[in-house]
Design a protein around this ligand. Structure first.
Ligand code: ADP
Ligand code: MG
Length: 556
């Protein structure tokens, strides 16, 4: 995709066999494509949001409420719609939560921009107004934010619970937020300047099906969902010297194109002896370094397995790369990629034990450098556990952020209504047509309380009117608590969100909307109306370009 400057507006060129849409038509086309994406995730917002069932081309089913997951699984191939998906991905990377919020606001910004364009306001004025408003909004978020004491367990757990609700965690949210809090505390360290640093890479989430969510637990160290390569190996090893290996314990492959030609039984025997010798040597190297336990990322040859068992060494093969890395945090030592150079210094130290019922190894670190805890997340089925894991990952990110960033906001739309109120006052100081764009921005962020109400089966207009009245009379923290159905001080009610994620959502939503607004010319290689989706329906400029056809086949 080439980009070329023309009278200050970038023109996107999508191919040669050009079909061309210009100016208003181009804007209309892009805005509706982007809005269609935003509309697709809106109904999942908040604790009362609905879930989506996504069926991919292989027939695999994902049931989720998570914005970024839905958009990624939708397999969108409309270029404008993809920009909105990128908003979700940026939000996920930068903040770990708030993806639906970011995408929904981007969609609403575009919807309101369309109204302004219809009044013949130039896109550049809209863009400028949106930028002004976005900056002011972030400033006000910071003004409204409340500082958190890193030891305020109640508040930090509330942030985690707010993020988790609606993601299958309701019934057990007390247990889960307790586990999360303890996990975070375990890996949090105080930096030299007194601030708290949390490395979430030291928290692993391991999922297990078959038991109730309420039996989830926090483990010190790692849980490895693997069996020993041979049953005759020891499975409980205390104070073990551990080897993490990312090389296979197999006969090294000869050059791909050399054929070994064997003409006699003698030669065959010699060949086999040689292979055995090689394997024996590898096992000797492991034994000589002093390892009692080997976690191998790759394969282990049958013959080598027997040698290892004979030496009383526990060996586990085909351990996931991410698990090897986590084991490295837990056990210390190094990850060995060549057995020829292995020494005792490469080994880590820990206790290894076996949970026969779950067929898991528990690995607890014993070295000075040992870091890492595992959240063992349980649930009845794969679908349950997977959605729970997504919810927990988000909650973990925002709780960690809250510990380090230290600022939280009243949720349930309170922050949006308050910022909108302040933006409208600010708009008075903005001259020209940008003023209208600032006001449109204020209206756009109020989408959040409207949708929260709508998804909870309440009247969005009534709720918004009441919220505005409350905020105009100085009730900064009044929001909608959808669990009680009441307008109340959501901060007091424990509906709290991290400030950083909200700031990021405002930033990325604005950037995406502006990016779409800046385009006034689309030149496409394919027919814009029939991109790819024969069953996509809504084609043509203004439609979705049909690009969402295939991927959305299973959406409810
Ligand atoms: P996102 O992907 O944007 O995080 P969520 O579905 O997680 O979307 O919903 C987040 C929104 O739900 C936030 O605006 C948050 O304040 C709101 N929320 C969470 N719990 C409640 C509650 N009990 N009452 C009202 N709103 C809530
Ligand atoms: Mg969320």
């Amino acid at each position: 995709m080439a980009e070329q400057r023309m009278q200050g507006q970038p023109m996107i060129i999508m191919g040669e066999d050009a079909q061309r849409v210009k100016d208003k038509d181009a804007q209309e086309h892009n805005i509706s494509a982007a809005r269609a994406v935003a509309d697709a995730v809106r109904s999942t917002l908040g604790p009362k949001g609905m879930d989506k069932m996504l069926v991919d081309s292989m027939g695999d089913v994902t049931i989720t409420n998570d914005g970024v997951t839905i958009l990624q699984e939708m397999d969108i191939d409309n270029p404008t719609a993809e920009m909105i998906v990128e908003v979700a991905e940026t939000q996920e990377d930068e903040a770990g939560d708030g993806t639906t919020t970011a995408v929904a606001i981007a969609g609403e910004l575009l919807k309101n921009a369309e109204d302004l364009l219809e009044q013949d306001i130039h896109p550049t004025a809209v863009i400028k107004g949106y930028n002004l408003a976005s900056e002011k909004a972030r400033e006000e978020v910071d003004n409204i934010a409340v500082d958190v004491d890193p030891d305020d367990e109640g508040l930090i757990r509330s942030v985690a619970e707010t993020s988790m609700t609606g993601k299958g965690a309701e019934l057990d949210k007390e247990l889960l937020s307790d586990i999360l809090y303890r996990a975070l505390k375990n890996v949090a360290v105080e930096a030299e300047d007194g601030s708290t640093v949390v490395d979430v890479a030291n928290i692993n989430i391991e999922t297990q099906t078959g038991r109730a969510v309420g039996e989830s637990e926090l483990l010190n160290g790692a849980a490895i969902d693997k069996d020993p390569v041979l049953d005759s190996m020891p499975v409980e090893v205390e104070d073990a010297n551990t080897l993490l290996l990312n090389e296979a314990i197999e006969v090294e492959e000869a050059e791909a194109d050399t054929n070994v030609s064997i003409d006699s039984p003698d030669q065959l025997q010699k060949f086999l002896d040689q292979e055995e010798k090689q394997l024996r040597q590898k096992v000797d190297q492991i034994e000589e370094a002093g390892a009692d336990v080997v976690f191998c990322q790759k394969g282990i040859d049958d013959m080598a397995q027997h040698y290892l068992a004979k030496e009383g060494i526990l060996a586990v093969r085909r351990v996931k790369k991410s698990d090897i890395q986590f084991l490295h945090n837990v056990l210390g030592g190094s990850i060995v990629s060549d057995l020829d150079s292995v020494t005792a210094d490469d080994l880590g130290h820990g206790d290894v034990s076996r949970d026969e019922e779950d067929e898991l190894f528990y690995v607890e670190g014993l070295s000075e450098e040992s870091h890492g805890v595992t959240i063992l997340l349980r649930g009845s089925t794969d679908h349950v556990v997977e959605e729970l894991e997504r919810g927990l990952t988000d909650a973990l990110d925002v709780a960690a952020q809250t510990l380090t960033d230290g600022r939280v906001l009243p949720g349930g739309g309170a922050i949006e209504v308050e910022v909108a109120d302040r933006l409208r006052t600010f708009a008075d100081s903005v001259s020209g047509r940008e003023q209208l764009a600032v006001e449109a921005f204020a209206d756009s962020i109020e989408l959040i309380p409207r949708v929260l109400a709508e998804n909870a089966g309440l009247d969005p207009i009534d709720i918004l009117v009441d919220l505005r009245t409350a905020h105009e009379s100085g009730e900064e923290r009044t929001g909608l608590n959808v669990l009680s159905g009441e307008l109340e001080d959501t901060f007091e009610a424990g509906v709290v969100e991290p400030a950083h994620a909200k700031e990021q959502a405002l930033t990325s939503a604005t950037e995406a909307a502006n990016l779409v607004l800046k385009i006034d010319d689309i030149i496409s290689a394919g027919d814009l109306s029939t991109d790819k989706g024969e069953e996509g329906g809504a084609g043509g400029p203004g439609g979705m370009g049909g690009g969402m056809g295939g991927g959305m086949g299973g959406m409810m």
